[in-house]
Design a protein around this ligand. Structure first.
Ligand code: DAH
Length: 339
């Protein structure tokens, strides 16, 4: 046994390999499960007790020597590849790790896909907006508190130019370009002047929906939102609409879904109510249609808006909003998508 170890020690010391494939063949020969060093270890139990200590030490030294040698051959083969005449110094180093989509992108795509199947097309607008598209055209009175410095980021030199605080501004952008029928879904980033914490951030993401045509009713809105909730959270999901107020819709509502963690039984996530709020919605206020050049005596419409972070938290129970913008790949790589 000791002779065999000694012989392998010499052999290992003299190993040569030019390519990564040759290195791999050596690894298999010496170190893989069926390789000769593990085979020695298997024979170890037949070694007489008084020799066990020395043989054990020598086998371990041999194994370490083989590991070191093969690793250094692998490094050398790597250098040989990259130091060739066609060397590309901008190439990503090995191994190339495939990135993953951001969880908010995954959820946004899922929301957009569901509405695309219902005939909604994608519309986008600028993040740096003017007061008209964010507030005035959406029927916010001049002294509405949402325009307050607390919420809105203003560009100091141009008080009319702001960072949009909701994606409802895209409704106005679409209406000024297009007459009904309008059926759009508008994802995007929005900004609010909030202190950053686990539950609030100065930027987040929303998806806005807008449908305007002849004879659009609240029933249509409810049906589409029920379908959305069941596609997103599962077929047993229930919805409930509570009366609410938004300047741009009348009547307005907020929608809750049955808590999909406890199935509506009540748990700490839904604060033991069995329901969680996911979006705001309503019938487009005729004043908004008129402000945007659409005849409110002919057309009616509905609109809704939801936070993508909120939907993502519900789906994946992310406890801290800040995780979404910290670029920690340990967190990001936990999310996978089909495309
Ligand atoms: N813009 C609202 C917000 O940021 C969300 C919203 C509510 C959008 C109702 C809508 C709607 O289109 O109908 O809180």
């Amino acid at each position: 046994m000791l002779d065999k170890i000694q012989q392998l020690m010499v052999e290992v010391d003299q190993l040569q390999a030019a390519t990564a494939e040759e290195v791999e063949a050596l690894r298999i020969k010496y170190l893989s499960k069926k390789g000769c060093i593990p085979a020695l270890m298997a024979d170890f139990r037949n070694v007489p007790a008084e020799q066990k200590k020395e043989v054990g030490m020598r086998i371990n030294t041999l194994k370490q020597a083989a590991l070191d040698k093969i690793n250094s051959l692998r490094d050398a083969a790597q250098v040989a590849v990259t130091a060739g005449p066609d060397i590309d110094l901008t190439r990503t180093p090995y191994p190339v790790r495939l990135g993953t989509r951001h969880p908010l992108t995954i959820v946004k795509n899922e929301i957009v896909d569901i509405f695309a199947r219902l005939g909604f097309t994608l519309a986008e607008g600028p993040e740096v907006e003017d007061d008209w598209h964010v507030y005035s055209s959406m029927n916010f009175a001049d002294d509405h508190p949402a325009r307050d410095m607390q919420d809105t980021f203003f560009v100091e030199a141009h008080p009319d130019i702001i960072l949009r605080s909701h994606t409802s501004s895209v409704q106005a952008r679409v209406m000024e370009q297009q007459q009904p029928p309008i059926r759009v879904i508008c994802p995007g980033r929005v900004y609010r002047n909030e202190a950053i914490s686990a539950r609030a951030h100065c930027f987040f993401h929303q998806v806005e929906g807008l449908y305007i045509d002849r004879n659009v009713s609240f029933t249509d809105l409810k049906q589409v939102l029920l379908l959305f909730a069941q596609e997103m959270f599962g077929p047993d999901t229930k919805i409930r609409l509570r009366p609410s107020y938004f300047p741009f819709t009348e009547p307005s509502a907020e929608m809750d879904i049955s808590c999909h963690l406890c199935g509506g039984e009540g748990c700490s996530f839904c604060k033991h109510t069995g329901w969680v709020e996911i979006l705001g919605c309503g019938m487009v206020d005729p004043a908004v249609l008129e402000a945007n050049g659409i005849d409110s005596s002919v057309y009616t419409g509905y609109a809704f808006g939801m936070g993508i972070e909120r939907i993502t938290n519900l789906k994946y129970q992310v406890k801290d909003l800040r995780m979404f913008s910290e670029n920690d790949t340990r967190f990001l790589s936990e999310f996978t998508s089909a495309n």
